[in-house]
Design a protein around this ligand. Structure first.
Ligand code: ADA
Length: 554
C-alpha cells in the first residue's frame, strides 16, 4: 500500500503589485491604496532605487486562487507586518525575520486578493522588537518566502522529530493535528527507508510516537545523511526531513554522536547591501561553501532566526548552526516589559517550531548582549529557557553575554557564551594590545568555572576588529591589524582545551548606520569587522585564517 503524495504548498514568490505609504500599519486601509508599482517577493523595498532608505510601509498585493481553510506561511517580514484577505484584516505579524503563519477561512474557492504590508518604521517603546540603535540595518519588506496551502477539515499542524539514539536510530515523533479533529482516527506513517506505511490509531490531537528508523544512517558533519518521514491524517499529507544525530554537552565539551567537536566559524548576518535581508539562496550557498572550504564548521546566525532554506543548505553540507531569536543589546526596561517578554517567548517558540527538524541546528540562543546582569534579565532568560525546553529538550541553550564577570545567568544556560573585544573596545591606549587575548578570555573561563560551569562547554561567541579593505598600515582599521589579531585568537582557541568554540565577528561586513549617539563609529554605515567585505571580497585575515586552519589539518 502506498500513501498519497504530499499536500500541495504553493510558493507565492514572484512579482507582486506594490505601493509605498508613509503611514504606520495601523493607519493603512488597503482599499484606498493605488498599486501603481511592482516589487519582488521576497525582497526589501528599501533597497530598491525608488524607495532607497525610505521608512514607512511597503504594501504588496497578489491575486490568489484558493478557498476553504487556508494556511499562509511567512518566512520572515521586517520590521512588522499586516495581512488582509479581500479587504479583511487577518492579523499583524509582530516578529521580524521570524517564521509565522495564519490559518483562516478563505470562503468560496475562486480568485481572492491578498495584501501584505511590511512596515520599517522604528518604534521606541520598550516592547518594540526592533530598535533603531541595533547594530544592524532595519531593512523593510517581505524578506523571505510566502506560501499558501489549502487545508482539509482536519490537518497536520506540526511534526517534530527528535532523535533519541544514534546507535539504534530511535526517534520521537511529535504530531499535532488541528481543525475538526475526529475523536478517533488513523494516521499513516512512512519513513523513507520503509516499504509499507504503518497505521497508527489516534484518539487525541497530540501524539507522541517512538520508532526506530529502519536501515538508518547517522547524520555526521562529514556524511550529513538526511532521512524523511511522511505522515498522513485523512486527506492531509506532510513530509519532513530530519537527521539522526544526538548531542551531548555535560562534560565541558560538545559532542555529536559521542564525538567531541571544536566549533570554529563565523557570525553571519543574513544581509547584503543590495538585497537587504532578502539574500538570494545562491549567495547564502556561496558563503557557506567558502566558509567550509576555509576549514570552518560553524555559523552563529546572528541576530535572528535563520531561514528554512539556509538551514536546509547547512543540513546538506554538514555545517553546524547556532540559531537565535531577534534581539540586540536589550536594556533592563525592555527585559522587564511584559509585552516585550511575551513577544520574545512567542519568537522563541516560533523559531524552534520552524527549525526543530534541522540537524544542522545544534544550539538555541536568544537576546544577544542583553542586560543579563539584572533581575529582569534573569527572569526573562529563565522563561525563554522553559519555552524552548518545552518544545525541544534535545539541544543545548545559550545566549551571547557581553556582561563579563558581572554576568548572573550562567546557571540558566547549557553552554556558556561570551562576546569580548580585547584589542578593539579594550586596550585603546595601546598600539597592539594583543596580550589581552589570553588575559580576557582566561578570566572569563575562570569566572565560568567559579560559577560552577566547568562542566558546560565554553564558546567565544564574538570577537573581532574592524578593517577597511585596502588599508595596510598595520594600525587599527587596517587589514594587517585584523589579520594578526584573528590569527592570534584562532591559535589561542585551537590550543585551549577549555574552549569549545569560536565564532569570529564576523564573516562579511554588514550594513548598519554610521553613527550611534552622534558619534561616528561605523564608517560607510557598515560594520567593518568582516573578514570579507560586504561584496565578499576577501581581506588579508581571510587568507591568514585559511592557511592556519589548513596547517592544523582542518
Ligand atoms: C556586539 C554585537 C554585534 C556587533 C559587535 C560590534 O558584540 O553583538 O552585533 O555590534 O558588537 O561590532 O561591536
Amino acid at each position: 500500500m502506498k500513501i498519497a503524495e504530499e499536500s500541495v504548498v504553493r510558493d507565492l514568490s514572484g512579482v507582486w503589485d506594490f505601493a509605498f505609504a508613509e503611514e504606520p500599519l495601523e493607519k493603512l486601509d488597503p482599499a484606498t491604496v493605488s498599486f501603481t508599482e511592482a516589487a519582488p517577493v521576497p525582497g526589501c523595498f528599501d533597497t530598491l532605487p525608488d524607495h532607497y532608505d525610505f521608512r514607512g510601509c511597503g504594501i504588496y498585493r497578489k491575486r490568489v486562487v484558493c478557498g476553504g481553510k487556508v494556511r499562509l506561511f511567512f518566512g520572515g517580514i521586517t520590521l512588522r507586518g499586516a495581512v488582509w484577505f479581500d479587504g479583511r484584516l487577518l492579523g499583524f505579524l509582530e516578529h521580524p525575520l521570524t517564521p509565522e503563519e495564519i490559518v483562516f477561512d478563505a470562503g468560496k474557492r475562486g480568485e481572492h486578493t491578498l495584501v501584505v504590508a511590511a512596515e520599517n518604521l522604528f518604534h521606541e517603546e520598550s516592547s518594540s522588537q526592533f530598535h533603531q540603535y541595533y547594530d544592524y540595518y532595519g531593512f523593510g519588506g517581505i524578506c523571505r518566502e510566502v506560501t499558501l496551502e489549502e487545508l482539509p477539515d482536519c490537518y497536520i499542524q506540526h511534526i517534530s522529530v527528535i532523535p533519541l539514539s544514534a546507535e539504534t536510530g530511535e526517534v520521537k515523533i511529535l504530531v499535532s493535528l488541528a481543525g475538526n479533529v475526529p475523536e478517533k482516527g488513523e494516521l499513516f506513517l512512512c519513513f523513507d527507508t520503509q516499504e509499507e506505511p504503518e497505521r497508527i490509531p489516534f484518539c487525541s490531537s497530540r501524539m507522541e510516537i517512538v520508532r526506530k528508523v529502519p536501515s538508518f544512517r547517522k547524520w555526521e558533519m562529514e556524511h550529513p545523511f538526511l532521512h524523511s518521514v511522511l505522515l498522513s491524517a485523512g486527506k492531509h499529507v506532510r513530509k519532513v526531513s530530519f537527521g539522526i544525530r544526538v548531542l551531548s554537552w555535560n562534560d565541558g565539551t560538545l559532542r555529536i554522536n559521542g564525538k567531541k567537536v571544536k566549533l570554529i566559524g563565523y557570525n553571519r548576518h543574513d544581509s547584503h547591501p543590495e538585497f537587504g535581508y532578502a539574500v538570494p539562496l545562491s549567495l547564502a550557498a556561496s558563503d557557506l561553501h567558502q566558509i567550509q572550504a576555509q576549514g570552518c564548521n560553524f555559523i552563529r546566525g546572528c541576530h535572528y532566526p535563520q531561514s528554512e532554506k539556509f538551514l536546509e543548505l547547512c543540513d546538506r553540507m554538514g555545517m553546524l548552526v547556532w540559531d537565535e531569536t531577534l534581539a540586540w543589546g536589550n536594556k533592563e526596561e525592555h527585559l522587564a516589559d511584559p509585552l516585550f517578554r511575551q513577544r520574545q517567548k512567542e519568537a522563541a517558540f516560533l523559531m524552534v517550531r520552524a527549525s526543530v527538524n534541522h540537524p544542522s541546528v545544534i544550539l538555541w540562543g536568544f537576546l544577544n548582549e542583553c542586560a543579563s546582569e539584572t533581575k529582569a534579565g534573569y527572569e526573562l532568560i529563565s522563561q525563554l529557557r522553559q519555552t524552548i525546553l518545552a518544545e525541544d529538550p534535545s539541544r543545548p541553550i545559550t545566549f551571547a553575554s557581553s556582561r563579563g564577570t558581572k554576568e548572573i545567568c550562567l546557571d540558566l544556560v547549557d553552554v556558556v557564551s561570551f562576546n569580548a573585544y580585547p584589542a578593539w573596545y579594550l586596550g585603546i591606549n595601546e598600539k597592539k594590545p594583543f596580550h589581552l587575548i589570553p588575559e580576557v578570555f582566561d578570566e572569563l573561563v575562570a569566572f565560568a568555572e567559579k560559577k560552577n560551569c566547568a562542566n558546560k562547554p565554553f564558546i567565544i561567541s564574538e570577537t573581532g576588529v574592524a578593517a577597511v579593505i585596502g588599508e595596510r598600515n598595520g594600525e587599527r582599521w587596517s587589514e594587517d591589524y585584523q589579520s594578526e589579531y584573528l590569527s592570534r585568537v584562532l591559535e589561542y582557541v585551537l590550543e585551549n582545551e577549555k574552549i569549545t568554540g569560536l565564532a569570529v565577528w564576523q564573516f562579511a561586513n554588514s550594513r548598519t548606520y554610521s553613527a550611534t549617539s552622534g558619534i561616528i563609529v561605523r564608517p560607510r554605515g557598515m560594520n567593518n569587522k568582516g573578514v570579507v567585505d560586504e561584496y565578499r571580497r576577501p581581506k588579508l585575515a581571510w587568507f591568514t585564517l585559511a592557511e592556519l586552519l589548513k596547517k592544523r589539518g582542518r
